[in-house]
Design a protein around this ligand. Structure first.
Ligand code: KG4
Ligand code: ZN
Length: 357
């Protein structure tokens, strides 16, 4: 019997070209053998956001080199790979197509299964790369494109408890950064600015804080930052605004997390209360501290992926690939990229004007 399972993961949904190889040994321990990420920040910087056509071109230029590097660093022979998993959505269709076609080609040439992966499920399962987590668990997914509370019932089985009705948290960070003259992507830089500022300097709105269950809204906050930023002259004022903005985000997320805790406990009595926080914004150290404390107070065990696995990477895609591989969930080469692919397909679409909460 083969002792190890080796999975290749490929990620190209947005502006990171990434390839990883992970291994699970006979004791079900997962190890990342290689995790290569090539970011396109320099390509998009001057435009203040991701330009799909440029992103796709950069993926095409880099993907074979990144794959070669990932194989070399892993020290595995390509023929020992058991399956090839690739992000198939949600994301930019021109970008997804690159990684998906590449993965299908490798899988075909190796005669090994191809597995299509939901990028959001990659974030959801990312802490499994280094922690043992049992289903069900509560998930807060906070990235550049998504902000949701979900019950993760099992692999592929999600129940959404709440979502943003406008901007994602990462998007709010990036827009605030832009208003303060910080280059894209501004999230990590806002965190640095916030450390130097007074968080009580500006009182910012907390939209739908006392209604809409654990649904979220950040658009009003961005508008308030826009107004204030027009009158800012000094660097210290920028630090103060960044600190006030970050505090407001933390207050909103903590208040809504309490609602999500309540809803999760209502659904799953007598279970372990595990709270996973994943996605790019989960790398924010100040927010991590706040959510760890809140979890302790509410009898939840807070679990974060290590910081380098919060942002987009292919190890998390390989992780989903591994779980699917173990139960024989393979996909056909007809699988097309999906620009929209919610984890909970039954949850209503809640974005845009006129949304009733
Ligand atoms: O998960 P991710 O890498 O990509 C998406 O799937 O969207 O998340 C990227 C987002 C960006 O909006 C970025 O500004 C934000 O995560 N981000 C942060 C931090 N690091 C990344 N936001 C706040 N604080 C950070 N330290
Ligand atoms: Zn992501």
């Amino acid at each position: 019997m083969k002792k190890k399972t080796i999975i290749m993961g490929i990620e190209s949904s947005c502006d990171e070209t990434a390839v990883a190889i992970i291994e699970e040994n006979k004791d079900s321990k997962v190890k990342i053998l290689s995790n290569v990420v090539s970011s396109q920040i320099d390509v998009h910087k001057e435009f203040g956001g991701v330009v799909p056509e440029l992103a796709a071109r950069a993926h095409v230029e880099k993907i074979d080199f990144i794959t070669k590097k990932a194989i070399e660093e892993s020290n595995v022979k390509i023929e020992d790979i058991d399956a090839v998993a690739a992000t198939a959505g949600p994301g930019l269709i021109v970008c997804l197509s690159v990684g998906l076609s590449f993965a299908k080609t490798i899988s075909l040439s190796l005669k090994k299964p191809f597995i299509a992966v939901n990028h959001l499920e990659g974030h959801a399962l990312s802490p499994k790369l280094n922690s043992k987590i049992n289903y069900p668990y509560l998930l807060l997914l906070i990235s550049g494109g998504h902000s949701q509370f979900l019950c993760v019932q099992n692999l592929g089985k999600y129940k959404r408890l709440g979502t943003t009705i406008d901007d994602a948290v990462g998007e709010a960070y990036d827009k605030t950064a832009k208003l303060l003259g910080i280059e894209f992507p501004g999230g990590p830089q806002i965190e640095k600015y916030a450390k130097l500022g007074n968080k009580n300097s500006y009182k910012l709105p907390k939209p739908i804080i006392n209604k809409g269950g654990c649904n979220l809204s950040f658009a009003g906050l961005k508008t308030a930052v826009l107004k204030i930023s027009k009158n800012i002259k000094y660097k210290q004022e920028k630090y103060d605004l960044a600190a006030s903005f970050q505090k407001t985000i933390e207050d909103i997320l903590c208040t809504k997390t309490k609602v999500a805790f309540f809803e999760f406990k209502k659904k799953y009595t007598n279970k372990n209360n595990t709270f996973v926080i994943a996605g790019g914004v989960a790398s924010n150290k100040s927010l991590r501290k706040k959510l760890i404390n809140l979890s302790k107070e509410n009898n939840f065990d807070a679990i974060f992926p290590p910081i380098h696995l919060c942002s987009d990477n292919a190890a998390m895609i390989a992780m989903v690939g591994l779980e699917k591989y173990k139960i024989g969930l393979y996909d056909s080469f007809n699988f097309s990229p999906k620009p929209r692919w919610p984890l909970d397909e039954k949850a209503p679409f809640l974005k845009g004007a006129g949304v009733k909460l």
